[in-house]
Design a protein around this ligand. Sequence first.
Ligand SMILES: C[S@@+](CC[C@H](N)C(=O)[O-])C[C@H]1O[C@@H](n2cnc3c(N)ncnc32)[C@H](O)[C@@H]1O
Length: 221
Amino acid sequence: MNIITPTADGSNTLYNETIGEHYHSKHGALQESKHVFIDAGLKFASTNQDEISILEVGFGTGLNFILSFEYCAENNIKLSYTSIEAFPLTTTIIEQTGYAAYVSEEIWTSFISNYPEALKGPQKLSPLCTLEIPYTTLAEYRGNKKFDLIYYDAFSVQHQPEMWSDEIIAHACSFLKPGGTFVTYAITGKLKRAVKACGFNIEKLPGAPGKREMLKAVKGM
Ligand SMILES: C[S@@+](CC[C@H](N)C(=O)[O-])C[C@H]1O[C@@H](n2cnc3c(N)ncnc32)[C@H](O)[C@@H]1O
């Protein structure tokens, strides 16, 4: 059962009763998504690029996706977005988040009307944007495609430790191109060592409100 819950910046998140955790930071869902994934991830990785491919771990409500879609649309960047999701939410609960308020009506309508089909295969949401949500676990996800950027947005290590093991991090990182970027809201010594072991240069950045630091890592060429 997922319950809509307000966060400190006025945006909503969901509380997942089974896992015992929120989908986003209680200090601000919208702020966290913008800070970690858009500002530290997408803006960095798309500098001087006119196209970008993103692999997200944990599609959830689609907040990271809609903000990425809008940023790319505004900046004329072609976006190919693949987001692995093991437990897809219903369209109804996604609509109840109120996230329609954070993007243009055109972007929201295109997202929400294509969401069910995107769980079955790639959907073209606009001339510049394709969305695919493989309905599987990260561990079972396979594919030949390599990505420019990974948004690692799993539930926290306290609630889902298996999503932060060295093996699963290496598996996720194997889908990144050389020179590609990995961002996540979390940072621990174990995570840094796991990412470094995959040949990444790591950077600690100031975290979103409520977190001191976050991790950005760039894969060696
Ligand atoms: C922190 S939430 C993601 C929030 C999301 N990015 C958003 O903007 O709403 C973590 C997500 O990971 C999904 N998940 C849990 N276990 C998973 C697994 N083994 N593989 C892929 N996704 C998983 C959950 O269902 C949940 O949607």
